[in-house]
Ligand binder design. Structure first.
Ligand code: AP5
Ligand code: MG
Length: 213
């Protein structure tokens, strides 16, 4: 099963993608997490990506597409995967469709987690994430058991550099300009499914599981 998660920054793509990955035993692939891992490790890719990410802009397609295509070619992706944060532009979607078509394959579901802009800033300012295993929390909606510590692996939680209100506003603008058109792209492909992302995370997941089961 090959799944694409669509939705604004902070809509809960990462939260739901992790739950999907656990339930259906497929890898969760987040281009944002791949970039953040590279930033943390100080790689040249990370250094380049950081300048765009901190400004709330998209990392250029050439760079992003290569990373994603390499990742989905790995052995653990043979039974499928859930993509979170890719594609984010029409050209990225076209490259993915083309690569899959060559393998006589396709995306089975594009799940659009729908959350209005008003809710987004609140979610972002309270988000904390684990730099080690990627688990995502919210200081009020989904707090960890011990403040500031990851439930899963015990690492110290961090706030993302791009979760400042000014940057969030920019990311939302970029989303509406460049990423939202993908909803129509996947609708035309006949694989779009909308879920209401304003509900609590387990309700959102129940709606997704009803689609995928
Ligand atoms: P990326 O890491 O993909 O960020 P994003 O799309 O902005 O999305 P987020 O991770 O911020 O939000 P999310 O939808 O995953 O929400 P989450 O589950 O964390 O990309 C970062 C940057 O990398 C981009 O700006 C760009 O520069 C670059 N990049 C990445 N991919 C790229 C690409 N393909 N091309 C070019 N550039 C790329 O939830 C958010 C918060 O809300 C959390 O605190 C969570 O606990 C809480 N929450 C989640 N669900 C609920 C709920 N149902 N109710 C209440 N709270 C909830
Ligand atoms: Mg995310």
């Amino acid at each position: 099963m090959k799944i694409v998660m669509l939705g604004a920054p902070g809509a809960g793509k990462g939260t739901q993608a992790k739950m999907i990955a656990d339930r259906y035993h497929i890898p969760h692939i987040s281009t944002g997490d791949i970039f953040r891992m590279n930033i943390k490790n100080g790689t040249p890719l990370g250094q380049e990506a950081k300048t765009y990410m901190d400004a709330g802009k998209l990392v250029p397609d050439e760079l992003t597409v290569k990373i994603l295509l390499d990742r989905v070619a790995a052995d653990d992706c043979s039974e499928g995967y859930v993509l979170d944060g890719f594609p984010r532009t029409i050209p990225q979607a076209e490259v993915l469709t083309e690569a899959l078509t060559k393998l006589a394959d396709k995306i089975d579901y594009a799940i659009n987690v729908d959350v209005p802009d008003e809710n987004i800033v609140k979610r972002m300012s309270g988000r904390r994430s684990c730099p080690s295993c990627g688990q995502v929390y919210h200081i009020t909606h989904m707090p960890p058991k011990a403040e500031g510590i990851c439930d899963k692996c015990g690492a110290e939680l961090v706030q993302r550099d791009d979760d400042k209100p000014e940057t969030v506003e920019n990311r939302l603008k970029v989303y509406h300009d460049q990423t939202q058109p993908l909803i129509e792209y996947y609708e035309k492909a006949g694989v779009l499914k909308n879920v209401d992302g304003t509900k609590d995370k387990d309700e959102v997941f129940a709606a997704i599981a009803a689609i995928l089961d």
